[in-house]
Design a protein around this ligand. Structure first.
Ligand SMILES: [Zn+2]
Ligand SMILES: [Zn+2]
Length: 266
């Protein structure tokens, strides 16, 4: 059975110290047919370093070649999208020959949800904080042109400071629909990010109701990713994510070549 983990970090990301080769070997071990390395590039230089693709590309290329008979490895990136940095982001994404780009909201209103958690959430009700996150996400879709799938699109709930951080589609349906429709119209997709199973929500980002809504609105481009930062988490819940896709009505998973989606029957 074809299985692809399309969201994997390595020691080239600030929050991982796993060598790329270890991540690759664990993916082979767990039966992945294909993976995408999607190390972080975020543009708030207060917190994030400049990416070093001069050293990245040779390591990536050598490993891709070394294991080509066992697994297909895709040159990807996870870019932190923020409309404030749109010009820089668009310049960056066209500078390197990425096969696949995840665009993710790690910040809203220029506040990083992890580093500036207090500044972003304090003084806002849950409804305001989550709604604003999706409004910002919508702006990012309009201004950042070069992503292929939106990463963990309801991820704001991971950092909520509320007694109950859960996020229900029905409470934000108008703005979430607006985002999904725009993603579809622009020929882009979303991912099912399984890291929620490791961050206490016992589920995926986004949840099943958002996934079903995306399909209902005509969404076809979909990937699944573990968002692993350690070899033991690689491929985590990928089969589960494929089951979710089938249940939501998807017949194909997407893989990417030169940022063009190709469809593989699931
Ligand atoms: Zn992310
Ligand atoms: Zn990630």
């Amino acid at each position: 059975m074809f299985l692809a983990d399309y969201h994997i970090h390595t020691s080239f990301s600030i929050d991982s110290d796993a060598p790329m080769e270890d991540m690759l070997l664990s993916a082979i071990d767990k039966g992945m047919s294909e993976i995408a390395f999607t190390d972080h590039v975020d543009f708030d230089k207060k917190y994030y370093p400049e990416p070093d693709y001069e050293s990245y590309i040779p390591v990536f290329t050598a490993l891709k070649e070394k294991y080509r008979d066992s697994i297909n490895v895709v040159f990807g990136v996870e870019v932190g999208l923020e409309n404030k940095w749109a010009d820089k982001i668009n310049a960056f994404t066209s500078e390197y020959p990425f096969d696949f780009i995840i665009g993710s909201s790690h910040a809203a209103l220029t506040k990083d949800l992890y580093f500036d958690q207090k500044e972003y959430f304090e003084g806002k009700t849950k409804q305001e904080a989550y709604y604003t996150y999706f409004s910002e996400l919508y702006k990012n879709i309009q201004t950042c042109h070069d992503f292929n799938v939106y990463g963990h699109m309801d991820f704001v709930s991971r950092y909520g400071i509320y007694e109950d951080n859960s996020l229900e589609y029905r409470d934000y349906s108008d703005i979430i629909d607006k985002c999904l429709i725009s993603i579809i119209e622009k020929g882009k997709g979303i991912e099912i990010n399984t890291s929620g199973f490791r961050y206490g929500i016992e589920g995926t980002y986004p949840s099943m109701d958002i996934l079903k809504r995306y399909r209902e609105l005509g969404g076809e481009i979909i990937t699944a990713g573990s968002d692993s930062h350690r070899p033991e988490d690689t491929a985590d819940h990928i089969e589960y994510a494929y089951d979710m896709m089938r249940e939501a009505g998807f017949k194909y998973v997407s893989v990417f070549r030169g940022q063009k989606a190709e469809f593989i029957k699931i």
